[in-house]
Design a protein around this ligand. Structure first.
Ligand code: 5MM
Length: 342
């Protein structure tokens, strides 16, 4: 596949008005989500829940550009026997796949992790492409704790793996989503988050260059610069938008087609407000959109609660959140939109 073709896919993933649904929760993570709505974590429930989202016509055709899937889901069939990946592709959204094997303890660095999954990745990418994936995702996790964490060791190890993953994806005709997530856990202020995010992104793009990844054929999935969850003084929407953009402008080359944020545990409406505020501050060198998991799914999950009779209600909740975030990609969202359409 040529770079022009990778670039075309990447641009479609970050097209104005649309964003990415992160539905790639591993079995352990979806259990945590299902526990909150009292739903058993069995394959049938995971399928029914995801099928209801992928069959939400309005959300999928108008506001969702791509869906990140987990290995189980990309091979799974809907209740009527149709492959879920076919339902996604027929809606016009691009199927994607999470290919990392999770964050594992990093030797010599207590409290820090490195994401694994490079062994056998080439072969897995070839298979996933055959099944229908056109993009992939790898998430690296950077913690903040006191002055010594994150360590240089953790940042460089994760940046190196992210870049090697991205190079392998491009070699196999798959657009890599590069996701270095600086966690919101902790009592740090927004400036500390901005400083760590800047340090991380600078190292990521250094490694991306060393591993010969083509910037035009990738999408960045970063955290926003936000206050730690346990910090008493939380930054407001404008400050988050300004500091996030300041960091991104310092680190992300203009050749990258787009940036699709993770929500990271932000309340759903806040994640929308932050994205909207940044897009109101344009023009920007890249498209700015969403690749939210929790901020898109918390409302439909609650509405569904595992009951077939709630499917329509859950689909309405999913459409609403997707539409709000679609507006935010254009800088056209306001709190009024939430009330008018809720
Ligand atoms: C949807 O959650 C993804 C999978 O996490 P696990 O591998 O731990 O199950 C996660 O990578 C997600 O894609 C991103 O973190 C963005 O999700 P949020 O909820 O932060 O927007």
């Amino acid at each position: 596949m040529t770079l022009a073709e990778l670039n075309t896919i990447a641009r479609k993933m970050v097209a104005k008005g649309k964003g990415i649904l992160a539905a790639d929760e591993s079995t352990g993570t979806i259990k945590k989500r299902f526990d909150t709505i009292d739903v058993a974590n069995v394959e049938e429930n995971r399928r029914d829940y995801r099928e209801l989202m992928f069959r939400t016509d309005e959300a999928m055709t108008k506001y969702i550009s791509g869906v990140i899937l987990y290995d189980e889901t990309i091979r799974q069939k809907a209740k009527d026997g149709t492959l879920l990946v076919k339902i996604i592709a027929e809606s016009g959204a691009i199927p994607g796949i999470k290919v990392d094997k999770g964050a594992k303890p990093l030797a010599g660095c207590p409290g820090e992790t490195v994401t694994e999954g490079l062994d056998g990745l080439r072969e897995r990418l070839i298979e996933y492409r055959e099944i229908g994936a056109r993009f992939a995702k790898w998430r690296a996790v950077i913690a903040i704790a006191g002055g010594a964490v994150p360590s240089y060791t953790a940042i460089t190890a994760n940046a190196h793996s992210l870049a090697r993953y991205a190079a392998l994806c491009q070699e196999n005709g798959i657009v890599p989503i590069v996701e270095p997530e600086v966690l919101m856990d902790g009592d740090h202020d927004i400036d500390r988050c901005a400083e760590v995010t800047e340090r991380t992104l600078k190292e990521v793009f250094q490694q991306v260059y060393h591993q010969r990844v083509a910037l035009e054929g990738m999408v960045l999935k970063p955290n926003m610069a936000v206050t730690g969850k346990k910090c008493a003084k939380q930054a407001g929407v404008q400050e988050v938008a300004e500091k996030t953009l300041m960091v991104l402008k310092r680190c992300v080359p203009a050749a990258v087609p787009g940036i699709a944020f993770l929500s990271g545990g932000q309340p759903a409406e806040e994640a929308t407000a932050h994205l909207d505020a940044m897009n109101k501050m344009g023009p920007l060198p890249w498209e700015l959109t969403f690749s939210y998991g929790r901020a898109l799914q918390a409302a439909p999950q609650k509405a569904w609660s595992g009951k077939p009779e709630n499917v329509a209600k859950a689909q309405a909740a999913f459409t609403h959140r997707a539409r709000m975030n679609g507006l935010a990609t254009r800088g056209r969202w306001s709190a009024d939109c939430e009330r008018q359409t809720a």
